[in-house]
Design a protein around this ligand. Structure first.
Ligand SMILES: Nc1nc2c(ncn2[C@@H]2O[C@H](COP(=O)(O)OP(=O)(O)OP(=O)(O)O)[C@@H](O)[C@H]2O)c(=O)[nH]1
Length: 382
């Protein structure tokens, strides 16, 4: 990378040698012509001695200067070797770009991109950038050359020699003046694996959060989700002035379903009711498995009468359908309690309590029925 001509003392020395040569030439001419001018032999000898002395002194000075110059060059060469050694062993890629071409690349930079150093030096940033990223990369280079950044760290993609696209992080500083041309020095790291690992962790976190908020058996939201969202749902309703209705459904004599069909049969029954509630819900509704065989349907912006009708519809469907289970389909019924904010309750907690108390009335009054909070039960139509 170092130009030996860059040693500032060398041109000065060369100029001095040229000047001395001229002086010697002039003096020699004078000596030769002094005879023509009629000067004495003694004058000629004296001039020759002076000349020789001057040349000897100047030669000594020049030799000393040349020795110093050689020492400087040796020190420069050693420094360059050390510098190369560090760059060659660097764990990050280093490049220097001049006029859209890589003017320097360390082995790591070539390795990141799957080229040899010789090959990469025939390329430039545009050759290693995917076409769709090119406008953005060229814009960053343009702005860097304009001196818009003192320090820049930039994440982009690069195309390797084998065509594989990798994610790279590139850091650079303001351009340097190299031989009168702006040079961009950049440090590169292949962050493909790191990004992949980060994405996996993110996906895992999303999955874990999802699992934490859902019931594994039915896929419905669980109580934790309800706890996180109930108050917010009520607060939103209060702000916008609409009602929120709650329906709690509880399978009747579920213990005997388990006893008769076994736990897997009971699970199939729970999934059946969950699917039924899901099929007849609006996207704004929140359905969650509230307890073992208890389900909650939270219906924002829904008057209590509409909620009661929905509960009645679900009750009927459940009573009419059979849960497919081996050779013996399972007959099920459920009891329902309905309440509404702000009519029956002033908070999320009170709303659930009101719906629960209505459910209790349904159970107490014979099951397989829908009871609205604060109202006496009506006989079921079937
Ligand atoms: N299969 C299955 N059973 C469950 C699950 N969670 C709770 N249970 C059962 O649900 C039953 C609930 O019984 P109870 O609370 O006595 O209610 P019930 O038998 O439905 O009676 P009523 O509600 O009064 O009609 C218990 O036998 C629990 O073991 C589950 O995830 N799967």
């Amino acid at each position: 990378m170092t130009d030996p001509n860059a040693n500032p003392s060398l041109p000065a020395l060369q100029a001095e040698i040229a000047r001395l040569n001229k002086v010697v030439q002039v003096l020699m001419d004078r000596v030769e012509h002094s005879g023509d001018l009629g000067n004495s032999y003694f004058d000629q000898v004296q001039a020759t001695v002076m000349l020789e002395d001057l040349v000897r002194r100047r030669t000594q000075e020049l030799e000393a200067a040349l020795a110093e110059n050689r020492a400087i060059n040796r020190a420069l060469s050693e420094a360059e070797q050390k510098f190369h050694c560090v760059l060659d062993q660097s764990l990050v890629g280093i490049s220097m770009t001049i006029d859209q071409r890589f003017h320097y690349a360390n082995p790591k930079f070539a390795e990141i991109l799957g080229y040899s150093v010789e090959e990469i030096l025939k390329l430039g940033p545009a050759d290693i950038t995917p076409a769709e990223d090119l406008p953005q990369v060229l814009d960053v280079i343009r702005r860097a050359l304009n001196g818009e950044f003192q320090q820049l760290t930039f994440t982009t993609r690069a195309v390797r020699k084998d065509g594989r696209i990798i994610n790279v992080e590139m850091s650079g500083k303001a351009p340097l003046d190299i031989g009168g041309r702006p040079a961009l020095i950049a440090v590169w790291a292949d962050i493909t694996e790191r990004l992949g690992a980060e994405r996996e962790i993110e996906a895992l976190q999303t999955r874990l959060r999802d699992q934490a908020l859902h019931d594994a058996l039915t896929g419905l939201y669980n109580r934790l989700f309800l706890a996180e969202n109930l108050d917010r749902t009520i607060a939103l309703a209060a702000r916008h002035g609409y009602p929120v209705s709650a329906v709690i459904a509880d399978l009747d004599f579920f213990k005997s379903v388990n006893d008769r069909y076994g736990h897997p049969g009971g699970d199939a029954a729970l999934k059946h009711l969950a699917d039924l509630m899901r099929q007849h819900a609006r996207s704004s509704d929140i359905i969650c498995r509230y307890g073992g065989e208890e389900f909650l349907l939270l219906m924002p912006d829904t008057p209590v009468e509409v909620a009661r009708e929905r509960a009645e519809y679900l009750r009927q469907c459940l009573a009419e359908q059979r849960v497919a289970w081996k050779s013996t389909p399972i007959a099920l019924t459920a009891s329902f309690g309905v309440a509404s904010y702000p009519e029956d309750a002033q908070s999320g907690g009170e709303l659930i309590e009101a719906a629960d108390s209505a459910l209790y009335s349904s159970k107490a009054n014979g099951r397989n029925r829908v009871t609205r909070f604060g109202q006496s039960w009506e006989p079921a139509p079937i």
